[in-house]
Design a protein around this ligand. Sequence first.
Ligand code: BYC
Length: 307
Amino acid sequence: MSEDDFTRLVEAEQRVEPRDWMPDGYRRTLIRQIAQHAHSEIIGMQPEANWISRAPSLRRKAILLAKVQDEAGHGLYLYAATETLGADRAELTENLINGRQKYSSIFNYPTLTFADVGVIGWLVDGAAICNQVPLCRTSYGPYARAMIRICKEESFHQRQGYELLMTMMRGTAQQRAMVQDAVNRWWWPSLMMFGPSDTESANTEQSMAWRIKRHTNDELRQRFVDMSVPQADALGVALPDPDLRWNAERDHYDFGEIDWAEFWRVVGGNGPSNRQRVAHRRKAHEDGAWVREAAAAYASRQEEVVA
Ligand code: BYC
């Protein structure tokens, strides 16, 4: 396959498969984006796992356990997708724990109360769905197929969060205040999940041309705001943005300016929980060394038996 064949394939909305010829930059961009997503899923287990032992009922504990396990699974599908591009998973893990590769800024904020579990489901998983449903049509086949399954599970995650919040909003005044406080803390970081504004986004133009990304960061952020405002109304919470109002001319909600200095601070490793998240991941990796060694020893014994 030549470069022209590749371009024709992508423009015809067909999928590029692992054995097809692809430009080096396309391969590198995919490995970067998919690895960052995989790392986000694995790091994203930490803020919620913090509440598994303190969930207020057996039902809530079972839901939260299932959700955190799903996230481990999403990480695995995504790491497997990078392997089809020639990436080495052990190397990607090293890149994560050495800070050479990024993961989503959102997971560098602490989960202070159980209402945070609900708000993460509603807003963080809601933002993830908004960003990820279009990736089911991304041009690289293994990534697109992984995203279909991930999005189905994300939709359950979003609903469990919204249902948890609905339950709390029907509870006591103190519970309603907990929900509002969590919304106040998570709203702006959720908007930051979509990445820098289009004028600052280094990768969007090329990624759109290759049909890796299907919409720009700002388009998806707007879609998320438009979707969330009526959901906040139904829930009975206020979104912490005095500039949020319907714009009939644009047919969209206008919203305030994101604190980009905070965004870059968190992306640069200096958010409230960055160090803790990476240190925890590094320790889990080191503690798991014996499992990897045992699995490798077992695999080589099996090979000897077959040979
Ligand atoms: N946090 O040129 P840009 C989830 C980086 S959901 C940290 O616009 P791109 C989950 C960006 O990597 C979260 N870094 O980049 C949900 C680039 O740096 P490098 C994960 C960010 O790739 C619930 C630089 O800034 N989802 O996992 O075109 C529960 C310039 O940005 C962020 C995905 O990863 C950020 N928020 O667009 C559990 C979805 N934003 O790499 C888990 C797939 C930007 O050049 N990814 N950066 O050094 C994407 O759709 C795109 O990669 C993004 C960024 C929209 C995130």
